[in-house]
Design a protein around this ligand. Sequence first.
Ligand code: GDP
Length: 485
Amino acid sequence: MFETLTSRFSGALSTLRSRGKISEKDIEVAITEIRQALLEADVAQSVVESFTSKVQLQALEILPTLQAGSNQAEAIYSVVNKELTEILGGGARRIRFAKKPPTVIMLAGLQGAGKTTLAAKLAKFYKDQGETPLLVASDLQRPNAVNQLQVVGQSVGVPVFAPEPGNGVGNPVNVARDGVQFAISKLHSMVIVDTAGRLGVDQELMNEAIAIREAVKPDEILFVVDAMIGQDAVKTAQAFQEGVGFDGVVITKLDGDARGGSALSIAALTGRPIMFASVGEKISDFDIFYPDRMASRILGMGDVATLAEQAKKAFDGDTAKKLEDKFASGEDFTLDDFLEQLEAMSKMGSMGKLLSMLPGAGQMKKQIENFDESEITRTKAIVQSMTPLERRDLKVLNGSRRARIATGSGRKVSDVNALVDKFTAAQKMMKQMRNGGSMPGMPPMPAGMRPPTGAASKGAPQSHQKKKSKSGNPAKRALENGSIS
Ligand code: GDP
């Protein structure tokens, strides 16, 4: 997502960084580069002009206050960041809930924009927050749309109101109206109405959407748009705004290699906020749209806030606490712990997506693209083929056990050996860190920041005491003696 844009922005930043003292000319050059990059990313011309002139004005304003050698480039970039956040809609807005439930959300957009998929994503999102949504199948046009909604609804455990078979049969306005009545009678707190799109904007489509709007009086109309259609996304948005009107935008397919300009133009041109973003076909590939996080990502500064949130969600409280306690008490990190971590990582989504949220991900594009997602599954298979004793105590892994594990996991003995070696090295490194050492290439942790060890650590006094004596576990003992490396 936005790769080209990100690398152009990063390029302009490093040129600025390389200057001893930034001059007006340097700013002009950077702005020209940024303008070019935005236009190539399909951002609407008027948005580009307004954006670059605001950035230029502010950058020139702060220029005299910047000292050579200070973070001049960063100061200029915080101006770019601020303005980019602005054109992406400023502060994120949330759904307005109806004073008297149910809250009715109507989805509108072209066929193939991702409305049906989004209906399930939204339903799951709000169900997880304690709402009791009902999905309503008012797309009676697109072949298989009703059935698709039923399937995705079932996959997220949300009921679907679908009295008509669709495929051109049934009255979508009646279905929408009856769906809301049904939700009221069954005390659902939210109704999400999936409507039909067309291949292009036409009057028939608008009339149907208007009739549904009038029948259900939605609290929110969300316009769903595919980021991959480039400049057309803006034209479609404007047509829907004039036709049925909408309150917020959902951008889908931001995972594609779209140049992404639509996302940067829609909020500015329609005056409606982008509220959610969809980044893949899976139900979990969806999140609230945060303009500031997106701006930071476009500028190559990563999206660490989202990454941290996802990690928090994936590692349930117990797992995180258990690992923390283990670390603090001086116990060894075992392959069982490792397996739990691998499973939590799989829950967080693809490694490619996770890595792309790191600052500087733009420069790692090749490595991220080449990351072999199935490596995690293969590693898991090796660990799962081990007995509980083997996972705790790698020392027992003699040749025949290794051969059995290789057969069980469908890998080669050399793969098992490689995992054991890497894991042992990681265990050793964690031990060094706990003892206040440093990771290779990183400075030692200051005393105040070291993880608590031994008697001083909460809830782990005995284990520290135990650590001082020789472990009964041969692998542990070998590690303590430093005889395994
Ligand atoms: P609708 O006609 O608006 O209801 O569109 P659908 O929900 O059927 O989506 C059209 C296609 O786009 C389906 O194949 C979806 O799986 C796919 N799709 C939806 N959202 C995304 C997304 O965010 N990323 C990607 N890559 N595909 C998506």
